[in-house]
Design a protein around this ligand. Sequence first.
Ligand code: UDP
Ligand code: MG
Length: 242
Amino acid sequence: MTNTNQVPKRDGEAPLISLVIPMLNERDGIDALFSAIIEGVKNVPARFEIVVVDDGSTDGTHEVIEEKLKCFSQWRLLSLSRNFGQQPAYRAGLEEATGDAVIFMEADLQDPPSLIAELFEEWQKGYKVVTGVRMSRAEKGMRRWAFDLYHVLFYRLTDRVMPANSGMYSLIDRVVVDHLLKTPEINLFIPALKNWFGYSQTTVKYARLDRAVGQPKQTLRKLVNYGVDGLTSFSDLPLQWI
Ligand code: UDP
Ligand code: MG
């Protein structure tokens, strides 16, 4: 991994970072998420906009966020017409984001906002892709086993396109955002695509906690589709096996 160019300063203005957060029925965790983000960005020398993408929630997530927007001008809400799934929701948020860099983050606090400072610091050094790497996971049982197996398989079959044990939690520079937005594919697999474009890349480590409230919104069916999309986008080995 090399670090080539520094981020240019623009007229003395602090850089703008967009947090893109998809939500499917996350009403009960919104207060804790807001507080953790406010705390997490407190000492980061940047301006922030937070783009929440409501991915067809039916639990009042939309209304709770609308209420919050009355007090927090830097938060924005994008409401999708139905549930499209996590990756399309991230992509829709990316289209709305105007920042010099974008951070992808889950709504359930599994991606700790306290890591934002480190993601930002690495970006300031000139890295265009800063990927969060999970040093530990809170998931247990079958779910944990399936995740671990998938990560090993993915890492091997895809020629290590993305760092091992990483997911969506990451920061990407505007230059990578623009590449992602120009990608014509419908089923984007952003965790790997963001690294596939190249540029200078690094990682930051974190402990992935359990979801703060509620049940995972990625159902088994969605997770399997997501996994298959990822593998088939970045490896033709499964096709050759068939
Ligand atoms: N999510 C979404 N649409 C979906 C499924 C999930 O926007 O169809 C959001 C969800 O609200 C959360 C993030 O995507 O903010 C990750 O989902 P979850 O935490 O349920 O899954 P995990 O990746 O932790 O298994
Ligand atoms: Mg989660």
